[in-house]
Design a protein around this ligand. Structure first.
Ligand SMILES: Cc1cc2nc3c(=O)[nH]c(=O)nc-3n(C[C@H](O)[C@H](O)[C@H](O)COP(=O)(O)OP(=O)(O)OC[C@H]3O[C@@H](n4cnc5c(N)ncnc54)[C@H](O)[C@@H]3O)c2cc1C
Length: 420
């Protein structure tokens, strides 16, 4: 078959990689670079060059089995990383990190703060009870209120954690279905202090797995070529780009985001409108820079992930890339989300826009309708947004599409979301 794949992020790349042997595949990518959210920058630092990641960074040995087997198949080296988390407050000494006792009480005033001690107690209570309390119906915000968690725990621990993980506005975390949030935490060992998975980064930057994949890819790839419209006329698919006009295919795979896919369809069906239309994306600005004032005032609280409490909308988080990628430099390379105005312009290296899926009751319920639209009208859908929004999810969603095409599978053979 002749198959068009729209989008060369992890989802489109895995679909192309698996389908390339049996089919004629054209991979369309709007950007000039392949990889989508896999985005590595070569940063010159004196004699050295660092491959710094601003999009996809980390994965682990528990919840990324399909992505790991791809890395192993491609022989791409990866290395252990540290995943410490800190919270600090803009313009104040308030800071704590989970990396050591010294870091937990980085702000010594917290030794004598009752709300802080209650927050620690609430963390243990949440870890013990959240799974037992699992309720399919309620939102996470309702659960936190009903279970009487302190506002301090909500605002200074659980929302920053959720907002950091999903690069989401903290308020949106409250709208997540409780079971979506808690199952993710459980699967990733975030409800325990001891049984956390080992986290990794790709040794020469995330882009090296994309390079390895592309080195063995032998079919047509068109970059810098956004698809404008997809027409479905009886048994044929027509893909329109400015550069190449209309090109004809037997099938199309949308490996871009849900909202982008919906915009591209000339005549979306009602099911496509309601399903894709229910999974929105939100924009985040990522800034690669070397301004350490975005990290906690006390260096003992510096961690790999540093959440900053302030009144800016959206996730306000700084990744310390020296810790995450073991960069050997006198400078501290940071990736900060959504606080461009606060960063010394002289220390800004790059500013990039990324979109993240929004998970709320409506979007999580729409995920269950994947098989109602994928595999119909010669059209298939993959993307990390079909599960939890992470790299493994992109791989799984692509494998499901490949099975639909190769085996005629009607339903997702790999679970859309892991339930155990
Ligand atoms: C800052 C940041 C940090 C992250 N960190 C992690 C992490 O550490 N671990 C993790 O597992 N996940 C992380 N993620 C989540 C990440 O989004 C997913 O892991 C995954 O990379 C998403 O893949 P995707 O294929 O669904 O989408 P994308 O990677 O976004 O790919 C979609 C592609 O479609 C293309 N496209 C869109 N419209 C068109 C069009 N009209 N024509 C042609 N092409 C089009 C886009 O240009 C893009 O390349 C992070 C995300 C961000 C933004």
């Amino acid at each position: 078959m002749k198959i068009a794949i729209i989008g060369a992020g992890i989802s489109g790349l895995v679909a192309a990689h698996k389908l390339k042997e049996n089919h004629q595949v054209v991979l369309y990518e709007a950007n000039d670079h392949i990889g989508g959210h896999t985005h590595t920058h070569e940063i010159h630092d004196g004699e050295r060059t660092h491959p710094v990641d601003t999009g996809f960074i980390v994965f682990n040995d528990r919840t990324y089995p399909n992505f790991l087997s791809l890395l192993n198949e491609l022989n791409v080296p990866y290395q252990k990383t540290k995943m410490g988390f800190s919270v600090n407050q803009q313009g104040s000494q308030f800071a704590y990190a989970g990396t050591s006792l010294n870091a937990l009480f980085a702000d010594r005033r917290n030794l004598f703060s009752w709300p802080f001690w209650r927050m620690l107690r609430d963390i243990l209570r949440f870890n013990r009870h959240a799974l037992v309390d699992l309720d399919e119906q309620q939102s996470f915000g309702d659960y936190l209120l009903r279970a009487n968690y302190s506002q301090y725990f909500i605002e200074r621990y659980i929302l920053p954690m959720g907002a950091a993980i999903w690069s989401s506005d903290p308020q949106m975390i409250l709208d997540m279905p409780m079971q979506f949030f808690v199952r993710f935490f459980h699967n990733h060992g975030l409800l325990t202090v001891t049984q956390q998975p080992q986290w990794y980064v790709i040794s020469q930057g995330s882009k090296s797995y994309v390079d390895a994949l592309m080195a063995q890819y032998n079919q047509r790839v068109v970059t810098g070529t956004p698809v404008r419209t997809v027409y479905r006329e009886s048994a044929k698919i027509q893909v329109l780009t400015e550069k190449y006009g209309k090109e004809s295919f037997d099938k199309v795979i949308f490996a871009c985001h849900s909202d982008q896919a919906l915009r591209l369809l000339a005549h979306p069906t009602e099911e496509e409108q309601t399903t894709l239309g229910a999974i929105p994306y939100q924009e985040n600005t990522a800034i690669l820079h070397t301004d350490t004032s975005l990290l906690p005032q006390q260096t003992r609280a510096w961690a790999a992930w540093n959440y900053q409490l302030n009144d800016i909308q959206g996730a306000t988080l700084t990744y310390n890339m020296n810790i995450l990628q073991s960069l050997n430099s006198n400078k501290t390379y940071c990736v900060t989300l959504n606080q461009l105005d606060r960063i010394n312009p002289e220390k800004v290296i790059k500013v990039i826009q990324y979109d993240h899926p929004v998970f709320n009751e409506r979007s999580v319920s729409a995920q269950q309708r994947w098989s109602e639209i994928s595999g119909k009208h010669h059209t298939h859908y993959c993307g990390a947004y079909w599960r939890w929004g992470f790299h493994e999810d992109g791989v799984v969603s692509a494998l499901n599409v490949v099975r639909q095409i190769e085996n005629g599978a009607k339903h997702a053979e790999l679970p859309l979301r892991r339930v155990s």
